[in-house]
Design a protein around this ligand. Structure first.
Ligand SMILES: Cc1ncc(COP(=O)(O)O)c(C=O)c1O
Length: 393
């Protein structure tokens, strides 16, 4: 197995961010980081809003949002007419779930890699409607073919009203073969919601290439957009059936405006989101992707070595562009969500290093991300300092 080499740094990229230099920020995946230029773009929009709120909200805002939506959808390789801006992935998932019209006897199928808040949302919608939620287990080391087979076997046509599957999972950083999964579900007449929270900016796969009924991605993670910027892409047969969580003035306009206009909110994150893509393009989208994925691979190996994990036991993310990777923690650590949160906080406080600690199926995992503002020495330092910290239980 070849040893991953750290990538060439992208010069001065760190200076584009306002991140605290006293901290190693190795968890871009959770909440992103907004480049200074994007923060400024948003502040200019806020200044405009505060100079004349009436004019800002009543003269052209709906059109500006539509223009922004088309720009973002084009970047994602999605149909602009089928795309709606929403605040975040969690919201978009809730929009889809409550638009399905579930009834007793129906079920929603998801996997045991699903994001926790999405699982809670599925469970609540099922409780509200009398439907059931069912979870298919996918082993971490499953091949793409095995993942597709596991989903195929779990589908119950006529009963499964929605399959929810992640394009790139959060806790396990595994790329799922979503296009093939969508194909199998379609053969069985089951609609699919692809949770692509981490995809925009990180992966080159277009939304169109996935072909899902519903595709939900965050621009505010790897797309450098201000927080609160996400895109829900809906296939044509569903567009008229999608209802917003909150009815407001654009309700009668239909999809997508009825989803986007959610009364009095700060819409400046959406309007400033193209500045995030501009930053990405200025750095070079392919270059950023290659850099981040290579750095995450290096991080996994360096910290994995320090924790005594053989390279063969370091989970493969399943694709070359994945910029976050997981490392198994010593047995007994982070076996519950509470323990994982406590350990994550301990690492932040004692090592001035932000990481993600995950508890998945009763085992603890460390998730490390690579971003343009990171450098190899940050992971090398963590590799030296983490084992003694973990030894003090
Ligand atoms: C797979 C997945 N789904 C959903 C979410 C939720 O994203 P948000 O907080 O923007 O709603 C995340 C966040 O990390 C995620 O990783």
């Amino acid at each position: 197995m070849s040893v991953p080499q750290p990538p060439e740094p992208i010069p001065a990229a760190r200076l584009l961010f306002s991140l605290d230099p006293a901290v190693s920020h190795l968890n871009h995946g959770s909440f992103g980081a907004v480049p200074i230029g994007v923060q400024r773009a948003q502040q200019r929009l806020r200044d405009e809003m505060e100079a004349n709120p009436l004019r800002f909200f009543t003269q052209g805002l709906v059109d500006r949002v539509a223009h922004t939506r088309r720009h973002l959808a084009t970047f994602l390789g999605a149909d602009p007419e089928g795309t709606a801006l929403v605040g975040n992935t969690t919201t978009g998932v809730a929009v889809v779930l409550q638009s399905l019209g579930l009834r007793p006897g129906d079920e929603i199928l998801s996997t045991d890699h699903e994001y926790g808040a999405v699982t809670l949302s599925i469970q609540r919608e099922c409780r509200r409607t009398g439907a059931e939620s069912r979870v298919v287990a996918i082993p971490l080391a499953a091949t793409d073919e095995e993942i597709v087979d596991a989903v195929r076997v779990a589908l119950r046509p006529g009963r499964t009203r929605l399959l929810v599957v992640d394009q790139l999972t959060s806790a396990t950083a595994r790329l799922f073969p979503v296009a093939a999964i969508v194909g199998v579900a379609r053969e069985h007449g089951v609609p699919v919601l692809v949770d692509a929270a981490h995809v925009p900016g990180m992966l080159s796969a277009t939304v169109a290439s996935v072909g899902a009924d519903f595709w939900m991605g965050n621009l505010h993670k790897w797309g450098y957009a201000p927080r609160g910027t996400a895109a829900l892409v809906v296939a044509p047969p569903w567009r008229d059936r999608i209802e917003p969580l909150v009815v407001s003035w654009e309700q009668e306009t239909g999809f997508p405006a009825r989803l986007e206009w959610q009364a009095t909110l700060d819409y400046t994150s959406w309007l400033a989101a193209p500045a995030g893509l501009f930053t990405l393009r200025s750095l070079g989208v392919d270059r950023v992707r290659a850099h981040n994925a290579a750095l995450a691979a290096y991080a996994q190996r360096v910290v994995g070595d320090a924790l005594g994990v053989a390279p063969a036991h370091l989970p493969d993310p399943g694709g070359p562009e994945v910029a976050m990777r997981i490392i198994p923690l010593p047995r007994g650590l982070a076996t519950t969500i509470e323990a994982a949160r406590e350990l994550q906080q301990r690492i932040a406080e004692r090592l001035a290093t932000e990481v993600a600690v995950m508890s998945w199926n009763g085992e603890g995992w460390l998730r490390l991300c690579g971003q343009v503002y990171n450098s190899p020495d940050e992971y090398e330092r963590l590799a030296v300092r983490l084992p003694p910290l973990l030894a003090q239980r």
